[in-house]
Each structure stands twice: as structure tokens, then as C-alpha cells.
Design a protein around this ligand. Sequence first.
Ligand code: AVJ
Ligand code: FE
Length: 435
Amino acid sequence: MTGEITKEAVEAVLLRARERSTLLTDCVDDTELIAQHSPLMSPLVWDLAHIGNQEELWLVRDVGGRDPVRSDIDELYDAFKHSRSSRPTLPLLNPAEAREYVRTVRGKVWDVLEASTFGRTELDVDGFAFGMIAQHEQQHAETMLATHQLRSGPTALVATPAPQAARMPELDEVTIAAGPFVMGTDDEPWALDNERTAHQVYLTDFAIDRFPVTNGQFVEFIEDGGYSRPELWSRDGWRHRVDAKLRAPLFWEHDSSGWWHETFGVEAPVPPDKPVVHVSYYEAEAYASWAGKRLPTEVEWEKAARWDSESGRSRRFPWGDVSADENLANLGQRHLGPAGVGSYPAGASAAGVEQLIGDVWEWTSSGFHPYPGFRAFPYREYSEVFFGGDYKVLRGGSFGTDSVACRGTFRNWDHPIRRQIFSGFRCARTISGRP
Ligand code: AVJ
Ligand code: FE
């Protein structure tokens, strides 16, 4: 959001989030809604009621000061009380009850929005809590999309095919000149606590790939023995490679005709010109080492994405300050897969780096730590409790991420072994100074 945040804009963003979570939960039957499709994921019906419960906690009770709708179920939908794998055994709301619950909460939220002044309390300034809750619902919509990818059987989702670039562009690098850069933000109204505060960082020269690493490039790594050469992997990465018997990205299979992958229930040849997706941090790290490169740090990624050396300021998005649209980035579950590299020239950063936003989340080599001046807001469990864990930061959002939950400063994080998320990467290289 930029400039004036209107109630109409807030309403639209909340409606869009609900449209998505409704679609993702209405397209399967009740048995599938309460089933656990993977021990890594919650049952879809848990996500749905959890979305409603967070909305009740922050908007109905906190901002609105209203009475609870269902305080008896808070504990069931507290993500810190029960592991994802144990959630199917809880006395959860059934699908009809969950739908009724989110509808009741949303009805009260419209009243709260109507009464709000967007400024009475810190949570209410610029409609922050509404923006936070829309982002939360869309984050769970992406999680639910990953659950759909993990479930077996024919697809329940219909999407338009992702664009294939008219021609294969050169997979070259872009040099980012040494100098200062402003990372993070103080004035993005709906930026979450971990994106704050804005602070200056100095980087020496480095090079970064213009595009995310493609399937075609990743196949070369596989066929050059990438998965059987321990020297390409970190110590932890190789141990995991062996223990988990990794041989290719998740959902890939090989036969006499080549590499195939299954996306949302559909088998297809792996498209060589599209960004690789469903790789762990460790696989990304091994590929980069095979390519004679390394993963970018989080600072490098953000400088390549946001820094405009001409104006000497950081942009909200690679292309500028205006919100994403379908010509700028592949976001919002429009396509249900990454687009061919070269499909979004209009989305290039000032430095000329492309497809930083959308398509695939990009692993960086950085752990998840607070910026200078960090203050947990509005709750420690969004970011602070994860700082310093074994997480790696991912940047840029994927085809499954909504634009409300994606910007140049947005930070995601996950364990380095995870690959059910829509994760890919690009490489970087030090070109002067010490490596
Ligand atoms: C920021 C994507 C790591 O899904 O665990 C959802 C987002 N936080 N509900 C997650 C989140 C609370 C979070 N990630
Ligand atoms: Fe959540």
C-alpha cells in the first residue's frame, strides 16, 4: 500500500484473501479437508479456522474491543500449542463449523472496519492490523496451496498455464557496484516487524544472476553427478542428502525419456526454461558450488532488487514503487507454476535483475536475524521467537504468494531441509575484495 490507505482498499484486500482461502477449501470434499496430506502440513480445515481465529484475536477483540466469538477454541488454533503433525487428532471444528466461524468473524470485522479511524492505536494506524491479517490469510493460502501440491489424486485446482518466454534469454549475471544501500523500511505502512528499521549497509562489488536458476541448468548439475559428489555440498548438506536420499528436486522422476515432474496432480516433462522449484537450501547451495558461485546473502538480494543508484534510494519493488500487476510479476496463484525466464522484462530492477518478485521464493545464505532497532510488533511469535534458529531467509515470493504479502523488503524463512515450499534460488559471486 502506498499513500492514503482507504477503507475500500482494505475491504478489497480482505475480500481477495477470503476468495482465495474459500477456493482452496471448497474444491475438495470434507474427507479431504480433515485429512492430513503430509505430516509437514496441517489439515486444510485447521488452516481455515486458524485464519478466522487470528482475525478474531486481532481485529474483533483487539482493534474492535468486541466480545469474543469463540474464546473456547483459541488454544486449538494456536500454532505454538500443537505441532502440524498432531493437528488432525485435535477436536477441531468440522468443515461446516469452520466455514460458519470464519463468516461470523468476518461479519464483525466489517463493523470494526467501518468504525475504525485508522489511527486511534498503534495497531490501527494506516489500518496496519487489517493489513497484517490480510497478509496472514494469504500466507496460509500459500501454505494451503503447498498442501494441494502434496495431496495425491487428480488436481482440484484450475489455473492458467504459466507464460513461457518467447525466446530463451542469455542466462548472464549483473554486476552490482560497491557502495552503500538502504535495507529495510521505516515507512512501508504494512511492513511486518522483521522488515524494520531502515538501515544503511555498505557492500563491495558483486555479481548476481539475472534470472533464477532454471530446470535446464539444474538438470545439467544432476547429470554432472551433482547429487553424488560430497565436495559440492556443505557438511550438513551432504549428511542430509544421504539421510533423505535426495536425488532430484521434490516431485521429480526420471525415466528413459527424461525428467518428469508432478504439479498439482498433472504429470509433465520438466520445462527447461522455467525456474527450478521445490529444492532445499542444501540443494541450492550444492548447485551454486558446482557452478563456481555461491548463494547471495540477504543484503545482496535486497540491494539487487531495490537499490536505484541513480536516485540514491531504495524502491518498494524492483520495478519502482507501484504495486505489482500481471505484467510485472507472477504472483497470486494466477498460474500455479513459475513462468519461463525472460517473461517479465518490465519487472526488472534498476540494476537489470529480473523475476526477483514472484515465480519462486529464493534461498539466501543468510540466517534469520533482527535488523538494527528491531521491536517485536504486535506479537513476539510472528518473528522474534524464530531469530537465531537454524532458518535461512528466502526472498521475493512465489507464484503462490499474493501481492499483499510480497514486496522488496518482505522476509520469509524456513529450515534448510524444507522443499515442499515453492522454493528456488539464483546464484551470486564476489568479484572484488575477499570472498
Ligand atoms: C513467515 C511463512 C514463515 O507460515 O510459518 C503464518 C507465516 N506466521 N502464521 C509461517 C505465518 C503465522 C510464517 N512464515
Ligand atoms: Fe498462522
